[in-house]
Design a protein around this ligand. Structure first.
Ligand SMILES: Cc1ncc(COP(=O)(O)O)c(C=O)c1O
Length: 419
């Protein structure tokens, strides 16, 4: 099925029935309202079954054994790679490197491309919106090799200051722009094709952190125009322990290996080794085979629903939730309002600490996150220590928003928040 074709409204009750965890209760019998999909998504039965089914029926190590089970496991693993590649519009399956998560994918780029292309004084441009995983690896390189890390700021609505990016690209030796597609804290959807055009015009490459976009929007690497795309399986209905890095084949083939060990070599002597082909070169050691297979099942599920329909659903939920939340006296909502906003809502309530707020939500069965969301520079920029964050996915419905609002009304009463 074409993932981008359908925008029919989702049959939410049918979808919810596919997610076993949504049938459970929490905190003494309250139905679970799961509003923390930006941290990790829930899993449909088909994904859980793919994981268990692999161990039940096909478990063997891959690419090594010359026996039926190993061949079968190898085929399943490579089929999963092909599914992920097709899902993001990659030209070929080999352009997808399996890693543990977005963090590992970004570190892979820093340690392979960064280590071979960056010289002291070179500039990596990131943004104040980034998750720590797209800041710290570059700071580590800065400490080791004397590169400089510059930050693009946001405006008052939480949108990137593209004028600052243009200025940096004009005036500094920028070799890489590394930016999140969707902010996990504000929901801002950044204009990646435009950023790609600006970066490339200045001779820089573009890394896109797709942790919050690949699960929620139709993402096609050719349309994005990025050079690297990193994302995590666990945020897109897949299991923990599997994620992907995409890059064009030629670019990957020009890079040295990441970790050294079994699986990534062509030959080894007592003196030296020659690296294997792409993508094996970047997949040292026994990979997360069952997790990859289950990620393939997650992709199947998302494609059956359709990414355009999922995006449309989250947009509708946002349109329902934002005005209702705005009515709560004392609330401060962060992030842009418009088409460039994903299903993530960060807020504070009076001067209640977000952890206290989230505790009241929890007592009401509402699972939402409170904290800095691994975006401490952004929190500092916003002048807060933390926010409470509700994030949506395809299995959320308006009833979840109603429960969130009710619980926040209770928090207002408990903490005496005035308007
Ligand atoms: C925008 C963004 N980037 C990167 C990450 C890191 O993902 P992982 O912990 O799966 O490596 C996250 C996780 O919350 C994220 O939201």
């Amino acid at each position: 099925m074409n993932a981008q074709a359908s925008t029919r409204p989702l049959d939410i009750e049918r979808i919810r029935a596919d997610f076993p965890i949504l049938q459970r209760t929490v905190r003494g019998g309250k139905p679970l309202v799961y509003l923390d999909s930006a941290a990790t998504s829930q899993k449909p039965a088909s994904v859980i079954e793919a994981l268990a089914g692999f161990y039940r029926a096909s478990n063997a190590n891959i690419h090594r054994g010359i026996y039926e089970l190993s061949e079968e496991a190898s085929v399943l693993y490579e089929e999963a790679r092909a599914k992920v590649a097709r899902f993001i519009g990659a030209a070929r399956a080999e352009e997808v490197v399996f890693v543990r998560n977005t963090t590992e994918a970004i570190n892979l780029v820093a340690r392979t491309w960064g280590a071979t292309h960056l010289r002291p004084g070179d500039v990596v441009v990131t943004t104040i919106l980034e998750h720590h995983s797209n800041i710290v690896p570059w700071q580590q390189l800065a400490a080791e090799r004397g590169i400089l890390v510059r930050f693009v700021d946001i405006d008052e609505d939480g949108r990137l200051r593209l004028d600052q990016l243009e200025q940096l690209l004009r005036t500094e030796p920028v070799k890489l722009v590394t930016v999140t597609h969707v902010s996990n804290a504000l929901g801002t959807i950044n204009p990646i094709p435009e950023i790609a055009r600006l970066a490339h015009a200045a001779g820089a490459l573009l890394l896109v952190d797709g942790a919050q976009s690949v699960p929620h929007l139709p993402v096609n690497v050719r349309e994005l125009g990025a050079d690297f795309l990193a994302f995590s399986g666990h945020k897109m209905l897949g299991p923990f322990g599997i994620g992907a890095l995409w890059a064009r084949y030629d670019l990957l083939a020009s890079l040295p290996p990441f970790l050294g060990g079994g699986g990534m070599i062509r030959t080894v002597t007592t003196e030296n080794f020659t690296p294997g082909d792409v993508p094996a070169r970047f997949e040292a050691g026994t990979p997360s085979v069952a997790d990859a297979v289950a990620l393939g099942a997650a992709v199947d599920y998302l494609e059956t629903i359709g990414m355009a329909a999922i995006r449309q659903h989250e947009r509708a939920l946002l349109a329902y939730a934002l005005p209702r939340l705005e009515e709560l006296p004392g609330i401060r909502l962060f992030g842009p309002v418009g088409e460039d906003r994903a299903g993530v809502i960060s807020f504070t309530l009076g001067d209640v600490h977000p952890h206290d707020e989230a505790a009241i939500l929890d007592q009401n069965g509402v699972a939402a996150r409170a904290g800095h969301h691994c975006t401490q520079p952004l929190m500092r920029r916003l002048g807060v220590v933390a926010t409470t964050r509700a994030s949506f996915y395809l299995y959320n419905h308006e009833g979840d928003v109603d429960r969130l609002v009710e619980a926040l009304e209770e928090a207002r009463r408990v903490f005496g928040v005035a308007g």
